[in-house]
Design a protein around this ligand. Structure first.
Ligand code: ATP
Ligand code: PH2
Length: 162
């Protein structure tokens, strides 16, 4: 079993229900460990859209990284995510942040996720469940000092379960 950290985000429809449904679907192949509080976050990357709810979670899985991506993408498909603009609105987005012992950069999959370090909506929930040094060679607090964490508001406190 490998330890993984995932980030979930949603800004369409019943956002809490979307998070619940995605966490429930994930349990089929990921033993869920810690789940962060739910954070309401200002849209990043493409501003003309509604606020997101974001969480981070840890888990253990027998899937290898590509199998895990296939699985998370099947969940996005099952929840009828339709691709629109880059960084645009979505029913659910499941990103693989970290996969124990793996660093890779291929066309389909980059681990650690390429944009972790720029996104407070990822770093704040990740720090809550994993501590300051979850990202190899980085201090999450140091990264947050650089980019700031305005617009990331705790919406519902942990423990949060689907
Ligand atoms: N660590 C990763 N987790 C999830 N997807 C990844 C990862 N690394 C690369 N990808 C690739 O990124 C592609 C685009 O993902 P997606 O459609 O969610 O983009 P986005 O949400 O607009 O942007 P972002 O990837 O920055 O969240 C996916 O098809 C997948 O192959
Ligand atoms: N606050 C916030 N902004 C985003 C999010 C997200 O989950 N939260 N996901 C995106 C997908 O690339 C783009 N922008």
């Amino acid at each position: 079993m490998a330890k993984v950290y995932l980030s979930l985000g949603t800004n369409i429809g019943d956002r809490l229900e979307n998070l619940r449904e995605a966490v429930n679907l994930l349990t089929e192949k990921v033993d869920i460990g810690k789940v962060s509080s739910v954070y309401e976050t200002e849209p990043w990357g493409f501003e003309e859209q509604d606020r997101f709810l974001n969480i981070a979670l840890s888990g253990e899985t027998d899937l290898n990284p590509i199998e895990l991506l296939d699985f998370t993408q099947s969940i996005e498909g099952a929840m009828k995510r339709v691709k629109t603009v880059r960084y645009g609105p979505r029913v659910i987005d499941v990103d693989i942040l970290l996969y124990e012992g793996v660093e890779m950069d291929t066309e389909r999959l980059t681990i650690p996720h390429a944009r972790i370090m720029e996104r407070a909506f990822v770093l704040v929930p990740l720090k809550e469940i994993a501590g300051d040094d979850a990202i190899p060679g980085q201090s999450i607090s140091g990264l947050l000092e650089k980019i700031g964490s305005e617009g990331v508001i705790c919406f519902r406190e942990a423990p949060w379960r689907g």
